[in-house]
Design a protein around this ligand. Structure first.
Ligand SMILES: Cc1ncc(COP(=O)(O)O)c(C=O)c1O
Length: 392
Protein backbone atom coordinates (compact mmCIF):
# COMPACT_ATOMS: atom_id res chain seq x y z
CA UNK A 1 0.00 0.00 0.00
CA UNK A 2 1.26 3.49 -0.85
CA UNK A 3 1.18 6.28 1.69
CA UNK A 4 1.59 9.87 0.56
CA UNK A 5 3.29 12.02 3.18
CA UNK A 6 3.24 15.03 0.91
CA UNK A 7 -0.56 15.32 1.01
CA UNK A 8 -1.26 16.56 4.50
CA UNK A 9 -4.62 17.58 5.99
CA UNK A 10 -5.16 21.31 6.61
CA UNK A 11 -4.36 21.61 10.29
CA UNK A 12 -5.51 25.22 10.36
CA UNK A 13 -9.06 23.89 10.00
CA UNK A 14 -9.07 22.36 13.49
CA UNK A 15 -7.90 23.51 16.93
CA UNK A 16 -4.33 22.38 17.60
CA UNK A 17 -1.19 23.66 19.31
CA UNK A 18 1.24 23.45 16.43
CA UNK A 19 -0.59 25.48 13.79
CA UNK A 20 -2.74 27.39 16.28
CA UNK A 21 0.23 29.23 17.74
CA UNK A 22 0.65 31.21 14.52
CA UNK A 23 -3.01 31.51 13.49
CA UNK A 24 -3.51 34.50 11.22
CA UNK A 25 0.24 34.94 10.67
CA UNK A 26 2.42 33.76 7.82
CA UNK A 27 4.66 31.60 10.00
CA UNK A 28 5.27 27.93 9.19
CA UNK A 29 5.13 25.97 12.45
CA UNK A 30 8.06 23.56 12.73
CA UNK A 31 8.13 23.48 16.49
CA UNK A 32 6.19 21.17 18.88
CA UNK A 33 6.91 17.46 18.34
CA UNK A 34 3.98 16.17 16.38
CA UNK A 35 3.83 15.57 12.65
CA UNK A 36 1.49 17.02 10.05
CA UNK A 37 0.39 13.59 8.75
CA UNK A 38 -2.92 11.84 9.32
CA UNK A 39 -2.58 8.75 11.50
CA UNK A 40 -2.19 5.39 9.67
CA UNK A 41 -5.34 4.09 7.96
CA UNK A 42 -5.27 0.98 10.18
CA UNK A 43 -5.45 3.22 13.26
CA UNK A 44 -8.21 5.39 11.79
CA UNK A 45 -10.26 2.31 10.88
CA UNK A 46 -9.90 0.85 14.38
CA UNK A 47 -10.97 4.16 15.93
CA UNK A 48 -13.92 4.52 13.55
CA UNK A 49 -15.11 1.00 14.37
CA UNK A 50 -14.82 1.62 18.10
CA UNK A 51 -16.66 4.96 17.85
CA UNK A 52 -19.41 3.32 15.79
CA UNK A 53 -20.07 0.98 18.71
CA UNK A 54 -21.18 4.01 20.64
CA UNK A 55 -20.56 2.86 24.23
CA UNK A 56 -17.54 4.28 26.05
CA UNK A 57 -17.62 2.61 29.43
CA UNK A 58 -14.60 2.13 31.71
CA UNK A 59 -12.13 -0.14 29.95
CA UNK A 60 -8.83 -1.67 31.04
CA UNK A 61 -6.18 -2.80 28.53
CA UNK A 62 -7.27 -6.15 27.07
CA UNK A 63 -5.24 -9.25 26.13
CA UNK A 64 -4.99 -8.60 22.36
CA UNK A 65 -3.64 -5.09 23.06
CA UNK A 66 -1.07 -6.39 25.54
CA UNK A 67 -0.10 -9.08 23.05
CA UNK A 68 0.40 -6.45 20.32
CA UNK A 69 2.83 -4.52 22.54
CA UNK A 70 4.72 -7.60 23.73
CA UNK A 71 5.02 -8.91 20.18
CA UNK A 72 6.22 -5.60 18.74
CA UNK A 73 8.96 -5.28 21.38
CA UNK A 74 10.20 -8.77 20.54
CA UNK A 75 9.93 -8.23 16.78
CA UNK A 76 11.36 -4.71 16.56
CA UNK A 77 13.84 -4.59 19.43
CA UNK A 78 14.59 -8.19 20.34
CA UNK A 79 13.28 -7.65 23.86
CA UNK A 80 11.18 -10.43 25.41
CA UNK A 81 9.08 -8.96 28.20
CA UNK A 82 6.61 -10.38 30.67
CA UNK A 83 3.14 -8.80 30.25
CA UNK A 84 3.04 -8.38 34.03
CA UNK A 85 5.78 -5.74 33.78
CA UNK A 86 3.50 -3.28 31.95
CA UNK A 87 2.00 -0.23 33.65
CA UNK A 88 -0.39 1.77 31.44
CA UNK A 89 -0.42 5.55 31.70
CA UNK A 90 -1.91 8.56 29.92
CA UNK A 91 1.53 9.97 29.04
CA UNK A 92 5.27 9.62 29.12
CA UNK A 93 5.76 12.97 30.86
CA UNK A 94 3.47 11.82 33.68
CA UNK A 95 5.49 8.60 33.79
CA UNK A 96 8.89 10.20 34.27
CA UNK A 97 7.46 12.54 36.88
CA UNK A 98 6.17 9.44 38.68
CA UNK A 99 9.62 7.88 38.38
CA UNK A 100 11.11 10.91 40.17
CA UNK A 101 8.53 10.52 42.93
CA UNK A 102 8.91 6.74 43.21
CA UNK A 103 12.70 6.68 43.53
CA UNK A 104 14.63 8.05 46.52
CA UNK A 105 13.39 10.62 49.00
CA UNK A 106 12.70 14.34 49.28
CA UNK A 107 15.88 16.29 48.51
CA UNK A 108 17.58 13.45 46.58
CA UNK A 109 18.96 14.12 43.12
CA UNK A 110 17.89 13.11 39.65
CA UNK A 111 20.53 13.20 36.92
CA UNK A 112 19.99 14.13 33.30
CA UNK A 113 22.24 15.30 30.47
CA UNK A 114 21.51 18.49 28.55
CA UNK A 115 20.29 19.56 26.07
CA UNK A 116 17.12 17.64 26.79
CA UNK A 117 13.36 17.61 26.15
CA UNK A 118 12.26 20.41 28.56
CA UNK A 119 9.93 18.41 30.87
CA UNK A 120 13.00 16.38 31.97
CA UNK A 121 14.40 19.55 33.51
CA UNK A 122 11.21 20.31 35.42
CA UNK A 123 10.42 16.78 36.64
CA UNK A 124 12.83 16.60 39.61
CA UNK A 125 11.66 19.95 41.02
CA UNK A 126 8.01 19.00 40.47
CA UNK A 127 8.54 16.09 42.83
CA UNK A 128 10.74 17.41 45.62
CA UNK A 129 14.00 16.27 44.00
CA UNK A 130 17.00 18.27 42.85
CA UNK A 131 18.29 18.24 39.28
CA UNK A 132 21.88 17.17 38.67
CA UNK A 133 23.07 17.73 35.13
CA UNK A 134 26.02 17.46 32.78
CA UNK A 135 26.23 18.51 29.15
CA UNK A 136 26.33 16.21 26.16
CA UNK A 137 29.20 17.24 23.91
CA UNK A 138 29.43 17.40 20.14
CA UNK A 139 32.58 15.61 19.04
CA UNK A 140 33.51 13.98 15.72
CA UNK A 141 30.29 15.31 14.22
CA UNK A 142 27.94 13.72 16.73
CA UNK A 143 26.49 14.31 20.18
CA UNK A 144 28.17 12.16 22.80
CA UNK A 145 28.34 11.61 26.53
CA UNK A 146 30.86 13.66 28.42
CA UNK A 147 31.76 10.70 30.59
CA UNK A 148 33.95 12.60 33.04
CA UNK A 149 31.38 15.38 33.53
CA UNK A 150 28.57 12.85 33.92
CA UNK A 151 30.48 10.90 36.56
CA UNK A 152 31.30 14.13 38.37
CA UNK A 153 27.67 15.32 38.35
CA UNK A 154 26.41 12.12 39.99
CA UNK A 155 26.79 12.56 43.74
CA UNK A 156 26.01 10.47 46.82
CA UNK A 157 22.37 11.66 46.83
CA UNK A 158 21.74 10.94 43.15
CA UNK A 159 19.20 8.13 42.89
CA UNK A 160 17.77 8.31 39.37
CA UNK A 161 19.40 8.57 35.92
CA UNK A 162 16.96 9.98 33.39
CA UNK A 163 17.94 8.83 29.92
CA UNK A 164 16.34 9.82 26.63
CA UNK A 165 17.06 7.31 23.89
CA UNK A 166 16.67 7.95 20.98
CA UNK A 167 17.53 11.42 22.11
CA UNK A 168 15.34 14.51 21.83
CA UNK A 169 16.70 16.95 20.70
CA UNK A 170 20.14 15.59 19.67
CA UNK A 171 18.72 12.77 17.52
CA UNK A 172 21.21 10.17 18.72
CA UNK A 173 20.50 6.45 18.86
CA UNK A 174 22.88 5.48 21.63
CA UNK A 175 25.01 2.50 20.68
CA UNK A 176 25.83 -0.63 22.63
CA UNK A 177 29.05 0.81 24.04
CA UNK A 178 27.32 3.95 25.33
CA UNK A 179 24.44 1.99 26.84
CA UNK A 180 26.79 -0.45 28.53
CA UNK A 181 28.70 2.49 29.97
CA UNK A 182 25.50 4.03 31.37
CA UNK A 183 24.42 0.64 32.73
CA UNK A 184 27.79 0.11 34.43
CA UNK A 185 27.63 3.57 35.95
CA UNK A 186 24.12 2.88 37.25
CA UNK A 187 25.36 -0.35 38.84
CA UNK A 188 28.40 1.32 40.34
CA UNK A 189 26.40 4.20 41.87
CA UNK A 190 23.28 2.13 42.54
CA UNK A 191 21.00 4.29 40.38
CA UNK A 192 17.59 3.51 38.97
CA UNK A 193 17.48 4.27 35.23
CA UNK A 194 14.37 5.87 33.78
CA UNK A 195 14.75 5.43 30.04
CA UNK A 196 12.37 7.45 27.87
CA UNK A 197 12.30 5.50 24.59
CA UNK A 198 9.25 7.20 23.09
CA UNK A 199 11.14 7.83 19.81
CA UNK A 200 12.27 4.19 19.38
CA UNK A 201 10.16 3.63 16.26
CA UNK A 202 11.77 6.57 14.49
CA UNK A 203 15.29 5.34 13.74
CA UNK A 204 16.09 6.81 10.33
CA UNK A 205 19.17 4.91 9.19
CA UNK A 206 19.02 1.26 8.18
CA UNK A 207 22.44 0.63 9.76
CA UNK A 208 21.26 1.79 13.19
CA UNK A 209 18.94 -0.02 15.59
CA UNK A 210 17.31 1.02 18.82
CA UNK A 211 18.33 -1.13 21.75
CA UNK A 212 16.26 -0.79 24.95
CA UNK A 213 18.79 -0.36 27.76
CA UNK A 214 16.79 -2.78 29.90
CA UNK A 215 17.34 -5.50 27.30
CA UNK A 216 21.11 -5.48 27.86
CA UNK A 217 20.99 -7.82 30.86
CA UNK A 218 18.54 -8.95 33.55
CA UNK A 219 20.43 -7.01 36.24
CA UNK A 220 20.01 -3.81 34.19
CA UNK A 221 16.33 -4.57 33.58
CA UNK A 222 15.84 -4.85 37.35
CA UNK A 223 16.95 -1.26 37.89
CA UNK A 224 15.19 0.23 34.86
CA UNK A 225 11.86 1.87 34.13
CA UNK A 226 11.42 1.95 30.35
CA UNK A 227 8.86 4.37 28.91
CA UNK A 228 7.20 3.84 25.55
CA UNK A 229 4.23 5.14 23.62
CA UNK A 230 2.80 4.78 20.12
CA UNK A 231 2.30 8.55 20.05
CA UNK A 232 5.41 9.80 18.23
CA UNK A 233 5.83 7.03 15.69
CA UNK A 234 2.21 6.87 14.57
CA UNK A 235 1.44 10.53 15.22
CA UNK A 236 -1.32 10.09 17.78
CA UNK A 237 0.04 12.11 20.75
CA UNK A 238 -3.28 13.67 21.77
CA UNK A 239 -4.79 10.19 22.18
CA UNK A 240 -2.65 9.96 25.35
CA UNK A 241 -1.60 6.38 25.83
CA UNK A 242 1.80 5.36 27.19
CA UNK A 243 3.44 2.38 28.84
CA UNK A 244 6.01 1.95 31.58
CA UNK A 245 7.83 -1.38 31.56
CA UNK A 246 9.13 -2.18 35.04
CA UNK A 247 10.50 -5.71 35.47
CA UNK A 248 11.31 -5.39 39.18
CA UNK A 249 8.21 -6.01 41.31
CA UNK A 250 9.27 -3.72 44.17
CA UNK A 251 10.10 -0.82 41.86
CA UNK A 252 6.84 -1.41 39.97
CA UNK A 253 4.87 -1.31 43.23
CA UNK A 254 6.57 1.96 44.24
CA UNK A 255 5.80 3.45 40.83
CA UNK A 256 2.14 2.38 41.00
CA UNK A 257 1.94 3.74 44.53
CA UNK A 258 3.20 7.13 43.33
CA UNK A 259 0.38 7.19 40.74
CA UNK A 260 -2.36 6.17 43.18
CA UNK A 261 -5.44 8.39 43.05
CA UNK A 262 -3.72 11.02 40.89
CA UNK A 263 -3.00 9.52 37.49
CA UNK A 264 -6.15 8.52 35.63
CA UNK A 265 -6.80 5.48 33.50
CA UNK A 266 -6.12 5.70 29.78
CA UNK A 267 -8.75 6.97 27.36
CA UNK A 268 -10.25 3.98 25.59
CA UNK A 269 -9.58 5.52 22.15
CA UNK A 270 -5.89 5.76 23.04
CA UNK A 271 -5.89 2.05 23.84
CA UNK A 272 -7.71 1.17 20.60
CA UNK A 273 -5.26 3.25 18.57
CA UNK A 274 -2.28 1.70 20.36
CA UNK A 275 -3.40 -1.83 19.52
CA UNK A 276 -3.88 -0.99 15.85
CA UNK A 277 -0.57 0.89 15.68
CA UNK A 278 1.57 -1.79 17.31
CA UNK A 279 -0.16 -4.64 15.48
CA UNK A 280 -0.84 -3.23 12.02
CA UNK A 281 1.19 -0.01 11.76
CA UNK A 282 4.45 -1.38 10.43
CA UNK A 283 3.95 -0.74 6.66
CA UNK A 284 2.96 2.88 7.37
CA UNK A 285 5.92 3.30 9.74
CA UNK A 286 8.37 2.04 7.11
CA UNK A 287 7.00 4.46 4.53
CA UNK A 288 7.13 7.27 7.09
CA UNK A 289 10.79 6.56 7.83
CA UNK A 290 11.64 6.80 4.11
CA UNK A 291 9.89 10.18 3.92
CA UNK A 292 11.54 11.47 7.10
CA UNK A 293 14.96 10.31 5.94
CA UNK A 294 14.54 12.38 2.77
CA UNK A 295 13.43 15.38 4.84
CA UNK A 296 16.34 14.92 7.24
CA UNK A 297 18.81 14.91 4.35
CA UNK A 298 17.20 18.06 2.97
CA UNK A 299 17.58 19.84 6.31
CA UNK A 300 21.22 18.77 6.70
CA UNK A 301 22.05 20.03 3.22
CA UNK A 302 20.20 23.34 3.65
CA UNK A 303 21.65 24.05 7.10
CA UNK A 304 25.18 23.37 5.83
CA UNK A 305 24.64 26.12 3.26
CA UNK A 306 23.50 28.71 5.84
CA UNK A 307 26.47 30.72 7.14
CA UNK A 308 26.89 30.41 10.91
CA UNK A 309 24.53 27.41 11.28
CA UNK A 310 25.59 23.82 11.84
CA UNK A 311 24.11 20.53 12.98
CA UNK A 312 24.77 16.82 13.28
CA UNK A 313 22.44 14.66 11.21
CA UNK A 314 19.85 13.09 13.53
CA UNK A 315 19.98 9.29 13.52
CA UNK A 316 16.39 9.13 14.78
CA UNK A 317 13.34 11.36 15.41
CA UNK A 318 11.97 14.04 13.10
CA UNK A 319 13.82 16.76 14.98
CA UNK A 320 16.90 18.68 13.86
CA UNK A 321 19.01 20.36 16.53
CA UNK A 322 20.64 23.37 14.96
CA UNK A 323 23.56 25.32 16.40
CA UNK A 324 23.11 29.01 15.60
CA UNK A 325 25.81 30.35 17.92
CA UNK A 326 28.14 31.34 15.11
CA UNK A 327 25.47 33.28 13.22
CA UNK A 328 25.53 36.31 15.51
CA UNK A 329 21.81 36.12 16.28
CA UNK A 330 20.78 37.49 19.63
CA UNK A 331 17.67 35.32 19.81
CA UNK A 332 17.69 32.66 17.07
CA UNK A 333 14.10 31.44 17.64
CA UNK A 334 12.73 35.00 17.49
CA UNK A 335 14.89 35.70 14.44
CA UNK A 336 13.55 32.74 12.47
CA UNK A 337 10.00 33.46 13.59
CA UNK A 338 10.38 36.95 12.14
CA UNK A 339 11.63 35.25 8.95
CA UNK A 340 8.41 33.16 8.86
CA UNK A 341 9.42 29.89 10.53
CA UNK A 342 8.35 28.83 14.04
CA UNK A 343 11.06 26.75 15.73
CA UNK A 344 11.63 25.59 19.33
CA UNK A 345 14.01 27.72 21.36
CA UNK A 346 17.12 25.91 22.63
CA UNK A 347 16.91 27.78 25.93
CA UNK A 348 14.03 25.57 27.04
CA UNK A 349 16.24 22.53 26.42
CA UNK A 350 19.06 23.95 28.53
CA UNK A 351 21.18 25.16 25.62
CA UNK A 352 20.76 28.74 24.40
CA UNK A 353 21.92 29.56 20.89
CA UNK A 354 20.26 26.46 19.40
CA UNK A 355 16.89 25.89 17.77
CA UNK A 356 14.99 22.66 17.16
CA UNK A 357 13.32 22.17 13.80
CA UNK A 358 10.53 19.59 13.35
CA UNK A 359 10.75 18.07 9.86
CA UNK A 360 7.69 15.83 10.28
CA UNK A 361 5.85 17.61 7.51
CA UNK A 362 5.24 17.63 3.75
CA UNK A 363 8.31 18.27 1.62
CA UNK A 364 6.82 21.48 0.24
CA UNK A 365 6.32 22.89 3.75
CA UNK A 366 9.87 21.96 4.67
CA UNK A 367 11.36 23.43 1.50
CA UNK A 368 9.48 26.68 1.99
CA UNK A 369 10.62 26.88 5.63
CA UNK A 370 14.25 26.24 4.69
CA UNK A 371 14.05 28.87 1.94
CA UNK A 372 12.70 31.40 4.45
CA UNK A 373 15.44 30.56 6.96
CA UNK A 374 18.17 30.89 4.32
CA UNK A 375 16.82 34.17 3.10
CA UNK A 376 16.58 35.49 6.68
CA UNK A 377 20.23 34.59 7.26
CA UNK A 378 21.26 36.14 3.93
CA UNK A 379 19.43 39.37 4.76
CA UNK A 380 20.98 39.72 8.18
CA UNK A 381 24.45 39.03 6.79
CA UNK A 382 23.96 42.07 4.57
CA UNK A 383 23.16 44.28 7.57
CA UNK A 384 25.90 46.78 8.23
CA UNK A 385 27.93 45.66 11.24
CA UNK A 386 26.53 42.12 11.20
CA UNK A 387 28.57 40.23 13.71
CA UNK A 388 29.81 36.71 13.20
CA UNK A 389 31.32 35.59 16.49
CA UNK A 390 32.63 32.19 15.44
CA UNK A 391 32.89 29.77 18.29
CA UNK A 392 34.81 26.46 18.27
C1 LIG B 1 11.42 12.48 24.73
C2 LIG B 1 9.96 12.75 24.89
N1 LIG B 1 9.30 12.22 25.93
C3 LIG B 1 7.98 12.45 26.11
C4 LIG B 1 7.26 13.22 25.22
C5 LIG B 1 5.80 13.48 25.44
O1 LIG B 1 5.17 12.36 25.93
P1 LIG B 1 3.62 12.41 26.36
O2 LIG B 1 2.91 13.29 25.40
O3 LIG B 1 3.22 10.96 26.28
O4 LIG B 1 3.58 12.91 27.76
C6 LIG B 1 7.91 13.78 24.13
C7 LIG B 1 7.18 14.66 23.21
O5 LIG B 1 7.74 15.36 22.43
C8 LIG B 1 9.29 13.53 23.95
O6 LIG B 1 9.95 14.02 22.90
Amino acid sequence: MDFDFNQTPDRRAIPGEKWGRYAGRDVLPLWVADMDFAAPPSVLEALAARIAHGVFGYTHPWPALVEAVVHSLARDHGWAIDPGWLVWLPGVVSAFNLACRAVGAEGDEVFTATPIYPPFLAAPGNNGRRLAQAPLIRADGRWQWDRAATRAAIGPRTRLFMLCNPHNPAGRVFDQDELLWIAALAEERDLVICSDEIHCGLVLDPDKAHRPIASLAPEIARRTITLLAPSKTWNIPALYCAIAIIPDAVLRARFRHAARGIVPEINVLGLVAAEAAYRDGEPWRRALIAHLRGNRDRVVEAVAAMPGLSMSAPEATYLAWIDCRAAGLEDPAAFFEAAGVGLSDGRAFGLPGFVRLNFGCARTTLDEALTRMASGIRDQEKQPGAKRPYID
